[in-house]
Design a protein around this ligand. Structure first.
Ligand code: SF4
Length: 458
């Protein structure tokens, strides 16, 4: 964790004065689909490449997990039973213990490998095949890996499994991350027919050289083709782009941004290339074969994205995300708001009942756990009120609006200055934070050092 200028979590007399969040049922769910044809050199996501033979096992395990304890843990009856059995403490979630944290706010408690699993829930199914314990969602997000990698039949089965336990509220947002070359016309129809209404397309670049370096399997012309075909069924298409690619000049990046804008997306996400230890890129950097681009150039690329997308009418609503009016990603806004959500699949992290849990990252390990009827949770932690409050700052500062002081006090019981006075003062003095009267938020300059600023609040 960086900084050290703030985060005085144990100030005497600074106890929360109100509730920490509400106990409302989550209305969002994330499904992690961990399959890719090939692992791109820069990628350290949870996935398994070249093992399509495991997709059937994955679907069975996903069904087990979705029908397992995490939904039961959020049912009104489960809350009540749990409280009465445990003398009023939090509901049981898979018997994990908590220990330590890491930057970014995700916690890594002691592994619960030997925790005794709870019995999976069995619910009676209605004649329509829907479980009586179904939950209604406002947002549902399929991420990966590559959720569009499985076959059409496998995708239909995946949606059947999910919709057996989750229903969609009117106007719900259903997003799927997609790889351009997977999207045959038939697959596009499968997605649309399953209620998907938002596609997040992994474009990354319109430069052949950059796509080759990034080990992507598509070409610039493939992107234009697939977007044209997607538009037959979807009006909400987001494009992911990467800057900071070795060899990518400012002019190259301008071309990519302009090509992307010209194809009419509703939303654009721009990410700086990261160099993670253990990836092929990390190894190549250590050997001197590849080098990150100059920091100033990367900063200029980020600034260019802000300029070009603003000029084209996109709102820069989160550090990495730009949307046309009305097209923010509602699912990701749930994360940034600090609201609760379900999550399923290897490596998936959920936040329920004030408790964060992360599944085992190994795809094979996750499969084995669920096949044995064991919990797939590897890490879990009850968040202390002060820590939870700091996380809300950490998440909220990513958003354009920043953090509403009154809302923060209502949700956490803390005034912002109670727990972060030093960080607020320091970053305001640097010109990276500003006060609007009702909110604190990053300044335009602060967005360039956002990671550094938000880390100081943890
Ligand atoms: S397609 Fe995406 S998830 Fe799959 S390996 Fe490449 S970057 Fe990672």
């Amino acid at each position: 964790m960086s900084g050290g200028t703030i985060t005085n979590s144990s100030q005497p007399g600074k106890q929360p004065r109100g509730p920490i969040d509400s106990a409302a049922m989550p209305r969002s769910a994330y499904i992690h689909v961990p399959f890719c044809a090939h692992r791109c050199g820069y990628c350290d996501f949870t996935l398994i490449a070249g093992r399509d033979d495991l997709i059937g096992d994955y679907l069975r395990a996903l069904g087990r997990e979705i029908n397992g304890p995490s939904l039961a843990a959020m049912s009104p009856n489960a809350r009540q039973d749990s409280d009465s059995e445990r003398g009023g403490v939090s509901p049981p979630v898979l018997g994990m213990n908590s220990t330590h944290s890491e930057p970014g706010g995700l916690r890594h408690p002691a592994q619960g490998e030997n925790a005794k699993p709870e019995e999976p829930l069995t619910l009676a199914l209605s004649p329509q095949g829907r479980g009586e314990g179904t939950r209604e969602l406002d947002t549902l997000f399929f991420g990966g890996g590559t959720p569009t990698h499985p076959s059409c039949d496998q995708l239909r089965e995946m949606f059947r499994i999910v919709y057996e336990r989750f229903t969609l509220a009117a106007g719900a947002e259903v997003s799927v991350e997609a790889n351009p070359l997977d999207l045959t016309d038939e697959k596009i129809d499968v997605l649309a027919d399953a209620g998907v209404n938002r596609i997040s397309l992994g474009v990354q670049s319109f430069s052949t050289e950059a796509l080759t370096l990034l080990e992507r399997d598509h070409s610039p012309s493939d992107i234009a083709d697939v977007i044209a075909r997607l538009k037959r069924r979807f009006d909400n298409v987001s494009l992911d782009l990467i800057f900071g690619v070795p060899g990518q000049s400012l002019e190259d990046w301008r071309v990519t941004l302009r090509r992307a804008i010209s194809l009419g997306p509703t939303h654009v996400s721009t990410y700086g290339l990261t160099w993670e230890q253990g990836t092929a890129f990390g190894t190549r950097r250590d050997r001197g074969e590849l080098a990150p681009i100059d920091e100033e150039l990367e900063r200029s690329q980020y600034a260019l994205a802000m300029d070009e997308l603003a000029t084209a009418g996109f709102e820069h609503y989160e550090i990495s995300n730009f949307a046309r009016p009305g097209y923010r990603c509602r699912h990701n806004e749930v994360y940034w708001s600090g609201d609760e959500y379900w999550a399923f699949g290897p490596g998936a992290a959920r936040y329920l009942n004030g408790r964060r849990e992360t599944n085992i990252r190994s795809v094979l390990g996750w499969l084995a756990k669920l096949e044995r009827g064991e919990s797939p949770v590897a890490e879990a932690e009850e968040l202390e009120p002060a820590h939870r409050a700091r996380e809300l700052i950490f998440l909220g500062l990513r958003r354009r609006e920043g953090i509403a002081r009154e809302d923060f006090l209502r949700r956490t019981g803390f005034a912002l200055e109670d727990i972060a006075v030093s960080a607020i003062q320091t970053n305001t003095a640097c010109g990276w934070l500003e006060e609007t009267g009702t909110h604190i938020r990053l300044t335009s300059e602060g967005r360039f050092v956002a990671d550094r600023v938000v880390a100081e609040f943890l």
